[in-house]
Design a protein around this ligand. Sequence first.
Ligand code: FCB
Length: 443
Amino acid sequence: MPRFPAGFAWGVATAAYQIEGAVAEDGRGDSVWDTFCRQPGAIRDGHTGDVAADHYHRWPEDVELMSQLGIDAYRFSIAWPRVQPPGHGPASARGLDFYDRLTDALLARRITPVPTLFHWDLPQPLEDQGGWLARDTAHRFADYAALAAQRLADRIPLWITLNEPFVVMASGYALGNHAPGKALMLGALPAAHHQLLGHGLACAALRSAGARQIAITNNYSPAWPASDTAADVAATRAYDALHNRLFTDPVLLGTYPDLSAFGLPRGLDCIKDGDLAVIAAPLDALGVNYYMPMRLSALPDSTLPFQMEPIPGYPVTAFGWPVVPAGLTELLILLRERYGAALPPVYITENGCSADDQVTAAGAVGDEDRISYLNGHIRAVHKAMKAGVDVRGYFVWSLMDNFEWTEGFHQRFGLVHVDFTTQRRTPKASFTWYHDLIAAQHD
Ligand code: FCB
């Protein structure tokens, strides 16, 4: 492994609903995911996050595992329904206590806490009032961000506002395969603007509550045309606008990308004067989640003018996702070329793969595929850095196996295996591999 600069942050990432469980404890309110999981057929085998990896009770053991792993930073998310069960009003002290204790335990082990404020678990009462389709939710998000920062900002060097707002818009409001399960197609676009506005308003609220550095995390996929026909190239450009630009151009450039391919030559109606200036508030870092590229062909006479094509010729993960490390180098260089001086330092806030991991009788998990995935992608980050992209850290998704949204417990992404019957944690071979990599880099 090539040498990364001193100070490069090696980490792991998780999200509240995927690991915590304890959904009815200490005053936590329902989130849209609690509601969605109860809908028959929504989640594979009817799994839910009710218990998940029981991290809410087992966090000391999990922090101990992180300490053994030797990471510099831990990206977790704060559950809005714990901090503000109704989605508005004063903070729940008990809700914040959990993250306060976790923060202190991490710092005591010299692990930098990097919380994300919204990793998809919107308080259900806010969804009942329109969720991210309603402008008011952006203001509610800023209020919640302020409450979290008032308690924690003295100890948190870097905050992340939103995780993958594209997925919330696309899966949550356009297609309906994620909570809140709305299938509005292009009617979902206000959920993009209101999340972005929420991000901008939260930036101001966080700074006035003492936050030092702020980032947003987007997921990106290099978009490849299935052929070089004009139609496929145009379809790819349309997809790129929606997936890669919609949540980044406004934040870094203060403009929306061209949405004329979606019949919106004049853009979105829900934008009000001054919104873009709020959204384009100065940012200290960009969080990049990368899993795979996308290959697109044209789909004429349809609401969405593209369709996804398979990417043959690469190994695939248990999820069926193609393993393309070079796509991460390509993506990072694209971001630098696209945004130039407007691109802040980058953190890879998620990268990893699911595998069909089995614990042997001897208590070992030989996840060689994961090691090869991580090895390839970490090298791909280094390549981009050599080409001049300013990357400051890398977070593996995920510390441990967890509730993988609509797939329930079927996709295992962890460096640590979790037996969801006994909650027993078993570090996999990739845990030792990542430990050794970090130790060698720190040497
Ligand atoms: C990302 C999510 C994360 C996890 C990974 C596999 O889209 O941010 O919560 O589910 O995918």
